[in-house]
Design a protein around this ligand. Structure first.
Ligand code: NAD
Length: 369
């Protein structure tokens, strides 16, 4: 196995079939164990967030990194951002172990990959953390600093809102949220903004979060109903919007769902690809997560354009998620396949023929300060 030393950070290549490059990153002094997974760079350098989570084991972290990296390839291909798919995970408790040393050591590993992988915030990793990582590498996006794009959450949430509209249109023939009931799981960067958009569009809201203080505060603000976190998936509603965890659509949960459509911002909602077909058989319309939650990716990718970042630039493309999802629903219906299969086939086609391949190298406008 190839081992590359960069300062005290060791990068060890793991051979994973179907992935261009996967490295295990270790820096004992900084307490860092991480994985950087690059799935496919046919359309451009891999871009994907850095998740900081206290995984129970290395294998669990690896599985998460691989699944997330592959999802990023599909997301980038459908969103036409001129990037490939990658993701990184740091095995640590973000509340206890997220030190500057750990983030800098991780940044040194990203730097060692020479721009093949560009990192960003994700669950457990904030824009402030990305700012710290920037001190060790320029291969980052989503900094709070000038010349960067900031928190992608509101853009992801707006794209998800547009996706909910497209899903309502397919189910009811009208994309109006007025009087429709939407159950939102998770009130973080994505869920909280989504709730705001849905409120103003006239939706009835049912909310859940494991943080009960936050849940009560948000519910009071919007006059929403609340349900315990182990009940939100089974709440009767028009649209279920998962905005927290992955793997929530599985053999145990799907038979108990009481929604007409699923359209939310969380990554990797299906535990296994076949669960999309199970949903289709139950006539529950599923918005493929990597299509509906591409708003944040669209936003951060704009900062790498030659002209630099302006929030109006991604607006058009984030709004287009409505049309993209609508087209995927039509293709799936025509081909008698699940919406997830239709979206994956579209992404595979684009990768195969290099549609949307990056022609100009990314430009990093931000500075370390
Ligand atoms: P976040 O960490 O800000 O928020 C997650 C929220 O979910 C927290 O409030 C947490 O308390 C809550 N939660 C956790 N477990 C829960 C449970 N069992 N039931 C109910 N609530 C629960 O994360 P985020 O940035 O809002 O991201 C949410 C999801 O969207 C993740 O899957 C992430 O990968 C995905 N996503 C985020 C972005 C983005 O721009 N932030 C982009 C694409 C995809």
């Amino acid at each position: 196995m190839a081992v590359l030393e960069k300062n005290l950070v060791a990068l060890e290549r793991l051979n994973i079939k179907g992935y261009e490059q996967v490295v295990q990153v270790t820096d004992k002094k900084a307490g860092l164990t991480a994985i950087i997974a690059i799935h496919d760079t046919t359309l451009g350098p891999a871009l994907g967030g850095t998740r900081i989570q206290p995984y129970a084991s290395f294998d669990e972290a690896l599985e998460d990194a691989l699944r997330l990296a592959k999802g990023m390839t599909y997301k980038a291909a459908i969103a036409e951002v001129g990037h490939g798919g990658g993701k990184s995970v740091i095995i640590a408790d973000p509340k206890k172990h997220k030190t500057p040393e750990l983030l800098l050591a991780f940044g040194a590993a990203v730097e060692a990959l020479g721009g093949q992988y560009i990192c960003a915030e994700d669950v457990g990793c904030s824009t402030e953390d990305v700012k710290m990582i920037r001190r060790a590498t320029k291969y980052v996006v989503g900094l709070p600093a000038a010349k960067s794009s900031g928190d992608p959450g509101p853009f992801t949430a707006w794209g998800t809102f547009r996706g909910i509209q497209a899903t309502l249109k397919k189910i009811f023939g009208s994309d109006s949220c007025e009087g429709r009931t939407v159950a939102v799981q998770g009130l973080g960067n994505v869920g909280l903004n989504l709730v705001e958009y849905l409120f103003w569009a006239g939706a009835n809201l049912i909310l859940s979060d494991i943080d009960s203080a936050k849940l009560q505060k948000v519910a009071a603000k919007y006059g929403a109903k609340t349900v315990p976190s182990d009940q939100i998936l089974y709440t009767e509603c028009d649209i279920l919007a998962p905005c927290a965890l992955g793997g929530i659509l599985n053999d145990q949960t799907i038979p108990k769902l009481r929604c007409k459509g699923i359209a939310g911002g969380a990554n990797n909602q299906l535990l296994k690809p076949y669960h999309a077909k199970v949903l289709r058989d139950l006539r529950i319309l599923y918005a493929p997560d990597f299509v509906i939650n591409a708003g944040g990716l669209l936003n951060v990718s704009v900062e790498l354009e030659e002209e630099g970042y302006h929030p109006a630039l991604p607006r058009f493309k984030v709004n287009q998620i409505y049309d993209t999802l609508g087209a995927i629903y039509e293709i799936a219906e025509r081909n008698n396949e699940s919406t997830n299969d239709a979206a994956v086939a579209l992404a595979d086609y684009r990768i195969k023929y290099g549609i949307g391949k990056r022609a100009i190298a990314p430009v990093f406008h931000h500075t370390a300060e």
